[in-house]
Design a protein around this ligand. Structure first.
Ligand SMILES: [Zn+2]
Ligand SMILES: [Zn+2]
Length: 443
């Protein structure tokens, strides 16, 4: 305690800190009023030494006056001292009860209309001010001190807990409130809402995400008939738009566990996805309503199921799990020449458990670049539908190009079905039937 005033004197002679910044630096906690008390003791000290060491005492009175301590300003006036108007170098005089109260009231207004159960306050502090504070910390060995940012967030946060009747959540708040004591402004940032589910594509020729025209990139040209895109709709839009409406969000991002070609349908288990809703006003949306809305807007061509709330961390799981997950497909393949039952046995025996060496397919090589990948076929069964037509059920490692496994892509995929059967496929009708392993739900 006796040491504090001398440390405070040292600091004030160089930096004219306001009462609150001084007490925060010296007491590292909640000691409201300590800053003014310390200044009062320093003023007493100055008065007591006015006779013995006048110059030193005057310098101290001046520093105290310039730090905004009112009794010292009166004293300085009496002593005829020239006092310069200054601002606290850390908070510029903005760390006051009045400013905090205004920010609390403004915050309550800004979050009005948003559904959230907990929140966190963040403070915007200009970099140069934060670095001045840091410099003072290190210059005077104040390693334990609380920062301005921490004091502002604590002050606003604890008052808002009462006003909003909701707790602060430091790890995964549903609402982030950004306050700025310098401009007096507040920003409400609701956390994104993540909804996990499986989607089904009942009919082909719907791309997973909007497919823009490669000539005009959306502007509209002759090639795309002025539409700006190659297909009028997408799975992402059929799911994203109604989700956005239900959550009253301002936007969405669609994340899926892999993607199928535009002509491939998705059935049985479906494909896992997460829809990320940006700035949602509502967080307790009805999944039944969402299911119905997706079905209605797509005329039943796209459906969703197994809906539940997810967390941000599920996005990584969605991607990781797809790398290792086994995917299931059903292909109906029509061949050029009749097929014999014996040939199918040979096909199953050759491909079951086989590692397929696959150069990037010719149809995507422009976009992806050529590389060799090795993917395992876990299981393959076949069934003759008529003399020319075979149904293949395939379970394979994620990332295997299944159409190329069937037609061989001019030898770029080895081994392949066409080569083993010594027959050329005329048409391939492919369905994606889901993954054998889905992600673990977190939240
Ligand atoms: Zn200050
Ligand atoms: Zn175009």
């Amino acid at each position: 305690m006796t040491e504090t005033p001398s440390k405070a004197k040292e600091i004030l002679l160089k930096y004219r800190l306001c009462d609150r910044c001084l007490e925060r630096l010296l007491t590292a906690g909640n000691h409201r009023g300590r800053g003014a008390q310390i200044k009062a003791r320093l003023l007493e000290e100055a008065r007591a030494t006015l006779q013995a060491s006048r110059d030193e005492a005057l310098v101290l009175v001046k520093a105290l006056a310039e730090s905004g301590y009112v009794p010292a300003q009166a004293e300085a006036l009496e002593l005829g001292l020239q006092v310069e108007a200054t601002f606290c170098p850390i908070c510029l005089g903005r760390l006051t009860d009045e400013v905090i109260k205004t920010l609390v009231a403004e915050s309550a207004k800004m979050v009005n209309g948003y559904e959230f159960e907990d929140f966190l306050v963040g403070a915007l502090i200009p970099k140069h001010l934060a670095s001045i504070e840091e410099r003072i910390f290190s210059e005077f060995g104040l390693a334990e001190s609380e920062t301005l940012r921490k004091e502002v967030t604590r002050e606003v946060g604890s008052r808002l807990e009462v006003v909003l009747n909701r707790p602060v959540n430091f790890t995964s708040p549903e609402m982030l409130i950004l306050v700025d004591i310098f401009t007096g402004t507040v920003e409400a940032r609701p956390a994104p809402l993540y909804v996990f589910g499986h989607y089904f594509k009942r009919q082909p020729n719907i791309p997973q995400t909007p497919w823009y025209c490669s000539s005009c990139w959306g502007a509209g040209c002759e090639k795309c008939g002025g539409l700006g895109r190659m297909y009028p709709d997408s799975v992402a839009e059929y799911i994203g738009e109604p989700s956005m409406r239900l959550a009253k969000a301002i936007g969405y991002k669609f994340h899926a566990a892999g993607r199928e070609d535009v002509d491939v349908t998705v059935e049985e288990g479906g494909r896992p996805f997460i829809i990320e809703l940006v700035m949602p006003r509502l967080r307790r949306i009805s999944f039944d309503e969402l299911k119905e809305a997706v079905r209605r807007s797509s005329d039943g061509r796209v459906e969703v199921d197994s809906l539940r709330l997810a967390a941000r961390s599920d996005l990584d799981l969605l991607k990781e799990s797809m790398e290792s997950a086994v995917k299931r497909y059903r292909a109906v393949v029509r061949f050029e020449r009749p097929i014999e039952g014996e040939a199918l046995k040979k096909l199953e025996a050759t491909l079951r458990g086989a590692v397929i060496e696959q150069h990037t397919p010719r149809r995507v090589i422009k976009r992806r670049g050529d590389r060799l990948r090795r993917k395992r076929v876990a299981l393959i069964t076949s069934r003759l539908l008529d003399d020319f037509t075979v149904e293949l059920n395939i379970e394979a490692e994620g990332g295997l190009y299944v159409k190329e496994l069937i037609h061989g892509d001019e030898g770029r995929t080895e081994p392949n079905v066409a080569e083993i059967l010594n027959n050329s496929p005329l048409s391939i009708n492919l369905k994606f039937l889901g993954v054998s392993k889905t992600i673990q739900h977190v939240k």
